[in-house]
Design a protein around this ligand. Structure first.
Ligand SMILES: *Cc1c(COP(=O)(O)O)cnc(C)c1O
Length: 248
């Protein structure tokens, strides 16, 4: 099991903490939005739910959360019957192997972590077979980190042109996870680079490509991300508490 179960007492505490955390985060999102010249509603909050038990996810979606994101196909499938959400509200945000694509197509409204033509081609093929179109974001490895997925900034434009030509798949924007840094100025620079790339691509007016979504910012840097143009922040630990990984 990847998801540890909680006893009743612990769940109650987590419910309570969630509500407090959610209020604070929404407030901070609103302030950062206004500072960046936008309305608070223009920023979407996605709850990153890896390792979070379905009872707590359910509580969160009944108390304000409208978007959730899972990282692992297997975990998504296991928790899927409990979400009670339309697929538009369920995103896939983790590294996706091509052999797992089939298991999630039609179950998620968006795959945020597409970083290769091979993966996009598989999503395209499986979507066409089900007679549907899958929305995706292109993940960019803005810090050129070997440990991270994502296409390099240099390859981004080419990759987008190639994917745009595929049927059954539709690019809606970019996603990124910048290098971990204590230095907020450095982090903001990464975010502003990605913002500039999204503007660049939008200006190319490529058929079948939207740049409506810029998914960047997590628990430690979501305010900086919004200040640099993010309109979707993915927050896990700050909403749900420290992740507890269960050993197999
Ligand atoms: C876990 C995760 C997050 C959330 O991370 P926190 O630091 O817990 O907010 C966001 N995006 C992705 C892709 C993740 O895997």
């Amino acid at each position: 099991m990847m998801v540890r179960s909680y006893d009743e007492q612990e769940l109650k505490q987590r419910f309570f903490d969630f509500e407090e955390n959610y209020k604070i985060i929404m407030n901070n999102i609103g302030e950062a939005a206004v500072k960046s010249g936008r309305a608070p509603e223009e920023i979407q909050l996605l709850a990153a739910t890896k390792t979070v038990p379905h009872e707590l996810i359910r509580y969160a979606t009944e108390h304000g959360i409208r978007l959730i994101g899972e990282n692992k196909a297997q975990e998504l499938i296991a928790k899927y019957p409990y979400y009670q959400l339309p697929k538009e509200q369920i995103h896939f945000i983790g590294h996706l192997q091509t052999n797992k694509v089939q298991s999630i197509i039609g179950k998620v409204g968006m795959i945020q972590s597409v970083d290769s033509l091979k993966l996009a081609a598989e999503i395209s093929k499986r979507s066409v077979a089900q007679n549907l179109s899958t929305d995706i974001l292109i993940e960019v490895n803005v810090g050129y980190e070997e440990s991270k997925s994502g296409t390099s900034p240099e390859q981004l434009s080419n990759l987008i042109y190639q994917i745009a030509a595929l049927p059954g798949i539709s690019i809606q924007g970019l996603m990124t996870i910048p290098p971990i840094s204590e230095d907020f100025d450095q982090t903001r620079k990464f975010f502003s680079n990605i913002y500039a790339m999204s503007v660049d691509i939008r200006d190319k007016n490529i058929d079948n490509v939207n740049m409506d979504i810029l998914s960047m910012g997590m628990s430690g840097d979501y305010c900086q991300a919004i200040l640099e143009g993010s309109n979707m922040v993915r927050i896990g630990s700050l909403l749900f508490g420290k992740r507890i990984y269960q050993s197999n």
